[in-house]
Design a protein around this ligand. Sequence first.
Ligand SMILES: Cc1ncc(COP(=O)(O)O)c(C=O)c1O
Length: 387
Amino acid sequence: MSAGPVTESPLQYLDEALAQLERDGLHRSLRQLQGEQLPRARFDGRDVINLSSNNYLGLTTHPKMREAALEAVRSLGVGTGSVRTIAGTMDLHMELERRIAAFKKTEASVVFQSGFAANAGTVSALLGKGDLILSDELNHASIIDGARLSRADIKVFPHRDVAALEKLLHETRDVKRRLVITDGVFSMDGDIAPLPQIAALARAHGAIMMIDDAHSSGVLGRAGRGTVDHFDIHGQVDVQVGTLSKAIGVLGGYVCGSKRNEDREASAAVAAACLVAFDVLEQEPERIQRLWSNTKRFKDGLLSLGFNTGKSETPITPVMVGEGDLAMRFSDRLFERGVFAQGIGYPTVAKGKARLRTIVTATHTDEDLDLALAILGEVGRELGVLG
Ligand SMILES: Cc1ncc(COP(=O)(O)O)c(C=O)c1O
């Protein structure tokens, strides 16, 4: 018996899933940035105050970094010609890795093509079958992917719950190799992990301690050295992952720790711009100061309008809304009024905890922030998010 003619694409289910998202008011399409990533930028043909970028310190357009990238392209070309383990590595990449390790006060660092790859690659390289990963429930997707790739067992502890982690460590004391992992700053809530307590527990129980500092580097600690420096617990965290695509303003990721964790590589332009970025962090402290004073001004404004900003302690400030479709409508209406703040819903955050995710940067002016707050207040009242 022959199969009849195929009338439907085997990928039809994807169209149905997208249609369902549309019906639920949860479908998002990419906003297109026309021009540079600035605090006031043009997206989809509209000039808006940008509260969505992770360009914390305004480094994406820093003149010295732009120049370093251009010079690297002129002298070294635009690509690396494949992976370093096979094709060799550039001096510039080795220099960047030494620079990052020195900045973070660790023995060594390895650069990856993205923070995502750094997390996924590191977790899956450190652990294997029969090992155990103890992970905060709000850890980033790249950690979750890395944990699954590793084929280790995974136990999730409630968000920032040190007592629950201790109990799990006790219950799993017979497992030979364990990794405790947490974000430093949580990407959707903006709160900070209780790292000193978590690291002390990991040490007491003989587990490896790893932190994802994607949103802490350039933000927390001296000159933006991150969460370990913020709590002054150098030497107590075995593995630190960071990204070069947020506060550093370029692209890529890295892992820092002892010389035992090694391996990858981006273009020379990326490496050259990143190298300058670490100098900028040390030489222009006013950027981090301004980031924090802007954060305070904006958070205070949101609170006095009556918004619920969750437990945020950093420039990532959620505006809690509840239902996903309302968060998306809120975001769309703000955009029409000239403010870009992305709506975030399930599965990025739990059902019923949809929100706008706002981030101010060092480069927003007081006027930008005050105008954004006024519009947030008006739209919040219009949609009933504010009482
Ligand atoms: C907490 C966290 N970790 C890791 C990453 C991945 O970084 P990258 O964008 O460089 O891949 C992100 C980015 O979204 C993040 O928010």
